[in-house]
Design a protein. Structure first.
Length: 226
């Protein structure tokens, strides 16, 4: 990947993660005994559900995916349907108040710094609701990025290749000079490859089997790739 000049990142699930600790605590308050690790693994079932819907040509948006996402997560944890619907509604309210994708790994700033020191242009393309810049600022990593594209602001979402094309146009770069890193195959890999970018799937638990794409388990692996 010697021709890569820019690395573009997904945000939720790649740079910032679902607040597993908060969800586990709230579930325990509702009588569901789980750990943050349990919630993390259940989230992978939710990602698989999103991919199933996408590959089945379900016409979703980031907003409409969220409830099926949490439904799959809770189902994987064994939460009965009636109880799950109440929890999904509650999590939806909390998310609108304070985005639930808000946790960052402590190693992320150092990795981004190293990539910048290598002369790479860094950016973010996120299916979000207008809050992604604020979240990146709160995590202390916003200054690493030359561009942040929020789908809410530009009116187009991944996997639509237009959001990638728009970002590259703003950077004045060709697609083959760009690498995109994201965590959901049907959104991040499919969308970026359709736009002509190289793609890497962040598969932290190594559960995406049979996907014909390059995978990493941790962002630090980028330091040996580019």
């Amino acid at each position: 990947m010697n021709d890569i000049r820019t690395i573009l990142f997904d945000a939720g699930g790649t740079l910032v993660f679902l607040d597993y600790f908060f969800l586990a605590r709230e579930l325990r308050r509702n009588g569901i005994v789980v750990s943050s690790r349990d919630v993390r693994r259940a989230e992978y079932a939710a990602r698989a559900e999103i991919d199933r819907r996408l590959l089945g040509a379900v016409m979703d948006t980031d907003e409409t995916r969220r409830r099926p996402y949490f439904a799959a997560l809770l189902d994987h944890l064994g939460v009965v349907s009636q109880h799950a619907q109440r929890l999904i509604a509650y999590f939806d309210v909390i998310h609108k108040q304070n985005n639930l994708w808000r946790r960052m790994l402590p190693s992320t700033p150092a990795i981004l710094k190293q990539l910048r020191l290598r002369g790479l242009i860094l950016g973010v393309i996120s299916n979000s609701d207008g809050r992604i810049r604020t979240i990146l600022q709160q995590c202390g990593i916003a200054h690493f990025f030359d561009i942040v594209v929020d789908s809410h602001e530009v009116g187009v979402e991944k996997p639509d290749p237009r959001i990638f094309a728009l970002t590259l146009q703003r950077l004045n770069l060709r697609p083959y000079h760009a690498l995109y890193v994201g965590d959901i195959y049907g959104i991040d890999v499919v969308g970026s490859e359709r736009a002509g970018l190289q793609a890497i799937l962040l598969d932290t638990l190594d559960l995406y089997e049979g996907m014909h794409c390059r995978k990493i388990r941790h962002l630090r692996e980028l330091l040996t790739i580019v």
